[in-house]
Design a protein around this ligand. Sequence first.
Ligand code: NAG
Ligand code: NAG
Ligand code: NAG
Ligand code: NAG
Ligand code: NAG
Length: 507
Amino acid sequence: MLPSPARLLVLCVVVCCLLALHHVYQAKAGDDSDGASSSKAVDTRGMRFVNSRQKEAYIVLQTWKSTAIYSDPNNFTANWVGPKVCDYTGVYCAPSPTNPSLTVVAGIDLNHADIAGYLPPELGQLSDLALLHLNSNRFCGILPTTFRRLKLLHELDLSNNRLVGRFPKVVLSLPSLRYLDLRFNEFEGAIPPALFDRPLDAIFLNSNRLRHGIPANLGNSPASVVVLAHNALGGCIPSSIGRMAATINEIILLDDNLTGCIPPEVGQLHNLTVFDVSFNHLRGPIPDTFSQMSSLEQLDVAHNQLTGAIPAGVCSLPKLENFTYSYNYFTQVPPQCPARSAGTGRMMDGQQNCIPGLPNQRSPSECSSDAARPFDCSKSKCSREGGGRMPSPALPMAPPPPQQSKGGTSRRRSNPPPSPVGNRPKNNIKPNYPPPPPVSRSSPSTRSHSPPPPSQTPPYLPPSLVPPPPPSSSLLPPPSYPSQPSASTTKQASAQPNISTSGVLSP
Ligand SMILES: *[C@@H]1O[C@H](CO)[C@@H](O)[C@H](O)[C@H]1NC(C)=O
Ligand SMILES: *[C@@H]1O[C@H](CO)[C@@H](O)[C@H](O)[C@H]1NC(C)=O
Ligand SMILES: *[C@@H]1O[C@H](CO)[C@@H](O)[C@H](O)[C@H]1NC(C)=O
Ligand SMILES: *[C@@H]1O[C@H](CO)[C@@H](O)[C@H](O)[C@H]1NC(C)=O
Ligand SMILES: *[C@@H]1O[C@H](CO)[C@@H](O)[C@H](O)[C@H]1NC(C)=O
């Protein structure tokens, strides 16, 4: 009997990963620091390079192409031939920030190339890289530790690949890194607390296999966007979250198996526009402090075991567009919060609660069940421990939320990866200098659980901020060196308050 296509696919993935591991270990056995051994195989005799940095890049790119890329169905690397590396598809050059007279490889953007292969240790030799975008490919294996040498790397987008293993700690050693996008991979284990001590502006970790809670130092992060959804992290929302007030714009913790109560400190996040903690096991009330969240546009607490009265101020928040509190055990709602919006332009969804007089509520037996009973948050272990990794053992786990709609890995798997049609990066976009900051579209939204239409990709939106799958990266930003790596950090971060996480949750 012939093997099924599915089996063949699995076999291919396994073989690819075995090969990748083989190469990784070979490189380790030889020279872990730069994988120099295999690089020497690249022949540069008779070639004239613009400068020695481009020659180095040539050697690395040829090594990648010949030893670590097994399939390139869209021919992205077909023109990776000869010494003019700046003309290669997906390779972008710019004046070196340390020596502007040298034109160096500052960016690699192979978004949506559908390339299969792995990331060889030699990539760490591309020390001029400011931007590495590999979204929606089939790179498997692990992130080589040689990445620690990418001291100028500002944006790292590895989303929607097949990378595995523990959280790649090497990214925590990159001094210039501001955008970290690892979503839709197979990273497992714990989120290292050091992540939240890094000066990252955007952290996308959703749809991996991360566990063991949200580190209690979450509040140390200066990020404007934090998306940890679909990871079954467990534990509580750390109360340190309140310390993010000056910077945080969007936080998405949906489907993370969270327990405990929503910490009142969330109410201090006066610049937060999106707060999504839906599909968890949260208990207790919506804190009264939520009435102070003057920037809030999207609030989703649906599918938890929240109880009590919705604070009167919440539905009067000036910017609130969409408040979803369905599938909880709320018992009271202020008149400003209808169960369904009625032509107000505001979306309110409060179905399946225990609110007398509202349509579409839970049955009396559900509303008198244990799950519906008010919960004393002061007795939650989380509040005493300040949240973070501590699950609350005192609570009997309520039954899991209905699985039909959003559901962790099964949802992820049920959405096949996008087919990478068209929209390949144009090679003729030359970097400008000084580079524009990577900015952003103006209306943050996390509501779209299906991919937004490709045509809506705004010009010059950095691909790392575009939802990984369908939207194209046809309009590439120039690779950007922050003009003054250390000083510009805060400036860059504050210059881009509106990073859109629209569609981040769809592969
Ligand atoms: C890539 O190149 C091969 C060989 O030249 C060609 O057969 C194939 O159609 C090309 N694929 C695309 C997507 O351009
Ligand atoms: C969610 O957390 C509970 C403990 O609070 C654990 O028993 C359960 O296995 C977790 N679910 C998943 C999918 O990890
Ligand atoms: C952040 O909040 C402060 C105080 O509420 C406000 O003045 C400022 O405009 C906000 N910034 C943004 C980007 O919303
Ligand atoms: C409001 O949010 C819910 C849940 O997050 C979403 O399903 C719905 O589509 C949103 N509605 C609008 C009008 O944005
Ligand atoms: C950010 O978004 C707000 C409204 O959502 C808008 O008023 C503001 O101009 C935007 N800022 C930038 C820099 O796009």
